[in-house]
Design a protein around this ligand. Sequence first.
Ligand SMILES: [Zn+2]
Length: 370
Amino acid sequence: MMDMFKEIVNHCIRLGLDNNISTLKKFSSMFYHELDIYQIQSKYKLTAMSQACGRLSQMKDSIKKGKTVRSPFVRKPFLVSCYGFKINGMLLSIPTGNRNYVNVILNDYTTKKLSEDGIKPRSFTITPDLLSICIRKEIQEITPQNVIGIDRNLRNVTISTPTDSIMYKTGKLLSIKENSQFVRASFRRNDRRVKNKFFTQQRNRQSSRIQQFLHKISKDIVSRAKQSIAAIIFEDLKGIRKLYRKGNGQGNRFRRKLNSWSFYELQRQIQYKAAWDGIPVMFVDPKRTSKLCPICGEQIQEDRLQLRKLLCNNCGISMDRDVVASMNIAHKGWSRFCHPRGLSGEAMKGNPGNFQPVILRVDGSKLAST
Ligand SMILES: [Zn+2]
């Protein structure tokens, strides 16, 4: 069945390429009867068509982005379906026609996950040695009572929660990248195939090490947000790469370091982990976040005595600049999304005790680092 499914998908891709169609609706109305030659249940024909269309539209997107593409082709046998399958306890039953089923035994972990509250299986993908089940969970977004601001830097990620500020050191990411660059540079053999293979291996190793490192941080941040019922606020770093383009008068090493800064991966991980728990994630403009005092709102100056510290003349407090930025981001997010100005008067009337001054309680000098 998997072999046949693969053939149908490839057949569909060929048809789609010949007629320049990549939408499922058009495709199924034009070519559904061409698939009559295959002896398989019609639901699998539908999913095969949608698989083919997905690949075709992906190719179109890549062409739009200006990449060179090869026409898609499926090499390995596989089967995808979202219709008619059942999960009974430990068994996944896949219908094969004439009321016959193929049963697959699921392992303990999968059975446990599937039996959790509110989880519904939506579709499955099976290959000769792999089975993956796609699940859906219905969640209600929480109403945030606090905010957590996140400031991302090259060497650290700083968050400010309602009670304290935490700095995660990310200098290790830089050393991972440097090491892997060093290893790649030391490659000497003059064989393109071996070289390509080696480089791919090294790149995969590097990215999985970075991902693993960031997973720890993102998990911790999301669990903190869940604990304190807080929304997560990021600074919007769109267009940051433009600052470090060639010809901007910066050195090669500097540009390489900043352009390999993996700020987006942390954001991606936090976004999906937060979505799974119903925690809202929002973005604010990073402008002036490290220029104003988070306590009084006055202009803040560099501390001449200590590196990377900022001094407020009004309050007389010297604080770490990353902590200042994360507190300002949290503050911006709070006033922007959780307390829009127009409504605040009304919202206060009913529950005056509910208001919490988020920023004022933060003590900049108390810094826990992990
Ligand atoms: Zn101040």
